[in-house]
Design a protein around this ligand. Structure first.
Ligand code: MG
Length: 164
């Protein structure tokens, strides 16, 4: 059966942090704050994949109180989400994500992001959609106080998935 999941995440922008989006380090005066590398795009994608399985969010698998995940590259979280899919006999059909950020320009990095996501999930980059939009200068996103990302994932699972 085909299932879908949704993911959403927000992180605050602060000085003195690297900006890492979709596993790509992008030169910028501020970076996203968080326990891990705070890759908001990968976190949203991760929750979308887990959501398709009916699983709780990544915080459940990787508690932010655990020092092992301090500054961890978020591709580790994506790999775990993909592992959960395989464990349950499933297959990721596609992922689509939107990053909401006022700056910097994301377009030059999208191909590299797609490649990183595809690699971490173990699927072809043609199955990954990544888009970026500004928030038209409105609200906390518009004031560049943070970045947000949303994602959906479609996962093919055995017909009896979740039934014991
Ligand atoms: Mg997060």
């Amino acid at each position: 059966m085909n299932r879908v999941g949704i993911g959403y995440d927000v992180h605050q922008l602060v000085a003195g942090r690297k900006l890492i989006l979709g596993g790509v380090e992008i030169p910028h005066p501020t970076g996203l704050d968080g326990h891990s590398d705070a890759d908001v795009l990968l976190h949203a994608i991760c929750d979308a994949v887990l959501g398709a399985l009916g699983e709780p969010d990544i915080g459940n698998f990787f508690p932010n109180t655990d020092p092992r995940w301090r500054n961890a590259p978020s591709k580790v979280f994506l790999q775990e989400a993909a592992r959960q899919v395989v464990f349950h006999g499933g297959k990721i059909i596609n992922v689509d994500a939107t990053l909401i950020a006022e700056a910097p320009k994301i377009t030059p990095h999208i191909q590299a992001m797609k490649f990183n996501v595809a690699e971490a999930l173990g699927i072809n980059p043609s199955r990954i959609g990544i888009k970026a939009t500004t928030n038209e200068r409105l609200g906390f996103l518009g004031r560049e106080e943070g970045m947000a990302a949303m994602a959906v994932a479609s996962v093919d699972l055995p017909e009896n998935y979740g039934q014991s």
